[in-house]
Design a protein around this ligand. Structure first.
Ligand code: KIV
Ligand code: NA
Length: 275
């Protein structure tokens, strides 16, 4: 399994880091088998797995439950788990307790937090306590209510400068990696050059040290429309719908099951059965 320092080495060698989100045993297993360098148990699970319309309702219990399943499927991959909404804002004590559960109960190798500001001291406290931290700037979905929707961030010179300052503070606070979501590619490239720690982009162009996409978006599974920054590499919806419809149809017509799917009794046993 890779270590936090391996990702920094990859950055210095200009070797791109591939991150995939996963939420359960099969998605963890298949992501590991596909060669993902790092798996993120994202709180996006609230939307793509649990059907909420934002990440706000997701709890620490949800993250523990799903991280355990991912770890069972991806035993040899570094797993980062999102600290969910309001689990790292109230106090350092609550933040450390939540992160402790994710690492000790669930087996996460690191946690991810969104934003800078007051979160900087949480990043510092976590790192001091031995919890590796991934930070997340730009479009931070847990703040969707404050941001007023899912919009590109850092488009003005002033906003870009603030983002660069926050990125620098995050590195100083001890985070070992930074996710940049929905920012102009020029800005994420600039931040990636400014920082020693690796950056992972989503909707942030090609100038970051790695990329992350949501599992369900990559394979088009359960999602209807995908955002502009997503590239889909398969059509699981089509495959699943077709397979399920065929099954239902064959049950209705009696085509399934056939003899090969059935078990049989020997003739003599049948004879004894009927006397
Ligand atoms: O929850 C998530 O999937 C994420 C990634 C999009 C970075 O935070
Ligand atoms: Na997230």
């Amino acid at each position: 399994m890779k270590q936090t320092t391996d990702f920094e080495k990859m950055k210095s060698r200009q070797e791109k880091i591939a991150m995939i989100t996963a939420y359960d045993y099969p998605s963890g297993k298949l992501s590991e088998e596909a060669g993902a360098d790092i798996i993120l148990v994202g709180d996006s699970l609230g939307m793509v797995v649990l059907g909420y319309d934002s990440t706000i309702p997701v709890t620490v219990d949800d993250m523990v439950h799903h991280t355990k399943a991912v770890k069972r499927g991806a035993k040899d991959t570094f797993v980062v788990t999102d600290l969910p909404f309001m689990s790292y804002h109230i106090s350092k004590e609550e933040t450390l307790k939540a992160a402790g559960r994710l690492m000790q109960e669930a087996g996460a190798n690191a946690v991810k937090v969104e934003g800078a500001g007051n979160v900087l001291k949480m990043i510092e406290a976590l790192t001091m306590a031995g919890v590796p931290v991934v930070a997340h700037l730009g479009l931070t979905p847990q703040s969707v209510g404050v941001l007023g929707g899912y919009k590109v961030q850092g488009k003005t010179a002033a906003a870009a400068e603030k983002l660069m300052e926050d990125a620098k503070k995050i590195e100083e606070a001890g985070a070992f990696m930074l996710v940049l979501e929905c920012v102009p590619y020029q800005l994420s490239q600039e931040i990636s050059q400014l920082l020693t720690i690796p950056t992972i982009g989503i909707g942030a162009g090609n100038g970051t040290d790695g990329q992350v996409l949501v599992y369900h978006d990559i394979i088009q599974y359960g999602v209807e429309r995908v955002p502009k920054f997503v590239k889909t590499y398969g059509d699981a919806n089509h495959l699943i719908t077709l397979s399920l419809q065929k099954y239902v149809g064959e049950v209705k017509t009696g085509q399934f099951p056939q003899e090969v799917h059935s078990f049989s009794m020997k003739q003599e046993q049948l004879g004894m059965l009927y006397g």
